[in-house]
Design a protein around this ligand. Sequence first.
Ligand code: 26W
Length: 810
Amino acid sequence: MLQQYEPTQIARWLEEKLLENFGTDPQTATPKQIYKAVCYVLRDIMSELWLVNHNIADSHRNKQVYYLSMEFLPGPSLKNNAFNLHLEDAFRQALASIGQDFARITAMEPDAGLGNGGLGRLASCYLDAIAAKGMAGHGMSICYEYGIFRQKIEDGEQTELPDEWLNMGDVWLITKEDQTEEVHFGGKLEEIWDANGRLRLIHKDYTTVLAVPRDMLITGYDSDVVNTLRLWQAKSPITIDMKLFAEGKYLQSMEEKHMAEVISKILYPEDAHTEGKLLRMKQQYFFIAASMKSLVKRHMMKYGTLDNFSDKVAVHINDTHPTMAIPELMRIFMDEYGYEWDQAWDIVRQTVSYTNHTVMPEALEKWPESLFKETLPRLHSIVSEINRRQSVDLMKTYPDNEALRRDMAVINNGELRMANLCVEASHTVNGVSSLHSGIIRDQLFAGFSAIHPEKFTNVTNGIAYRRWLCQANPELSELIVSLIGPGFKKDAMELERLMAFTEDRGVFTRLEQIKRRNKERLADYIKEHNNIMVDPDSIFDVQVKRLHEYKRQLLNLLHIIHLYAEIKRDPGADIQPRTFIFAAKAAAGYYMAKQIIKLAYHLAQVINNDSQVNGRIKIVFLENYSVSLSELIMPAAEISEQISLAGKEASGTGNMKLMINGAVTLGTEDGANVEIHRAVGDENIFIFGLRVEDVERIRREGSYSPFRLCQTDGDVNEVVQFLSQGVNGQYFSNILNALTTGYNGCADPYFVLGDFGAYRDAQARAAAAYRDRDRWNRMSLINIAKAGIFSADRAVQEYADRIWHIEPLK
Ligand code: 26W
């Protein structure tokens, strides 16, 4: 039972914090000081809970999972932590007692944006669910000084601005200087024979970077288990070179310091395109080396041996970015604790598991062997040995299939294939939706799954629905409580009980009113930030996710051009008013993605100001998509655009957040859309387009000709013509060429024109359904009722039972 605190007690602690940290009192404190004091008080309450289970001695003897990820996307934490510990009301009253408004204080918190998109947010949703389930599970990552860039769009051009989150966001960070670790880069290996006549490889002349842990505490709903998100900050052992300074070489004297600290300076803004940059490699090794050293040290302190390591520790590798944890564990076991190769390898294989989040070739990490060897010589020697042993096994298994052996090799053609290393070493490999898991088992890792089919499994993604429903959409949450009680806050499957109301017009009306108010709230934000008046009576059609060609924001835009052409053809046409809401960041170096943002902007200029359209369709591109902006958009959405080319979106999680907020999915049979379709049934979703097998067949046949489509399909021709004439005075010949003629002979690789007709028809079906309010509200209610399965609680329970083998602490 979670301890509760009186608002008066909270108010007293607030006063103490203001005095202690800012030498001020509630009457004279600035809102910023109040905000920080509130976070410090809550953090202390969380620390006390943390100490119960996780103090150095670690009172419990349970197996724990360490979730390694280059990215976490917590977003704002204050409201979530207060909600999880049932302290929202106490803080609201305590603040009211000193004339402050809790909502205004929570709005001051910057997002902790230490991630790009789906992968990072999923990691944060999972940490929340692990704590809610009362299990010991900790995140490990980098304390980026600058998170995901702030997006500015001027005249359709995206620019990236630094995200200085720490000045307000550091309130949650507890720096543990005493647990600083050393990480070694470069240098060389020297062979020596040790006292017991064994060959030893000694790492020498390396550069040292210090890794200082900054811990964020992770709460869970109605749970007294508080876990850790450990964020490593890079520091130089040398602050300044006095000799160089004395010689007036001021910048040089600081060079070593900056070279070290740049490692945790900034998050790489690529979200599905590996750059292969040296700094990125150093970032990956930095955080996994510090993480592995610290958790091995902790285990030794607790158990005095590593023989039981895999019984007590599960290490989960979130996509390939933390793969180096595998050879690093081998290094620690062999070089620091004297284990033989086979023993070390057995323990490591029973400890690590890997989740793949994408099949996009350009996102699969391959490191140049030379760069890897130069930067991490000891790890290179270990990976080479893993590769040598693998090739011996493969020769036995696939003696006549050299091509397959080459494809599966950890090292080949001067490259380290990180995904192959993960599969070779992990006891379990999973995808993030049943369709995706099938694709990686039967295609990407076919050679491996043929040998070890038992290693491959699926865990469909889930979301922290208490954040995305209960906190982001409190009115809907209250309606649900009034209909089925509060039990769904602990067990999302209880939402199924809403199926009892699918013929209840009273409930439909309340559902519609709540959606309406959420739309008005978003409309106010759009007015303030984009200076666009949107009509709350129009359909709020939402596509919010990273900008990527495979997600096909372009298909959405081409359909809007089609609607616009229809209106221009027949201005009196009775069309259902629609507001198309986009939000998406493009990776800084992703030219085509930025062009698509530009097209959306200029199309909006034309359509939003066209008197013949007269506001019946509007386009809004919201800047700087983030967790907190997403919490405002999801409750207001009615149509959820999930229109990626089948086989490309591993799962999607925005689709789940929109579903649980009563939006109806309009999408392809891709990723988790397939499971959403299965959950709600054909009549409560709008599915369209090519299936995975269609895409594969057409590719195999080479029968796809977007150019011919422009000749044969009038609507396709019309939108392509429209584009070719320029939009708002801007020309998009690159988009046009990519669609029609293509670069290196591959036109329209994501079948935007190929799926256009089916998409147009699905959109028409949705518009027609929307007019029938009872039908629409029933569809909306059924989507909410069927969303329980997409809870992160369900997903982490699957990981705990089938992959990590961990149990609740008490
Ligand atoms: C090396 C650059 C890089 C950075 C991030 C490559 C790949 C990534 C991530 C794996 C991309 C990502 O976020 N993938 C998304 O993961 C979500 C969580 O599983 C899925 O729901 C999305 O479908 C998938 O695109």
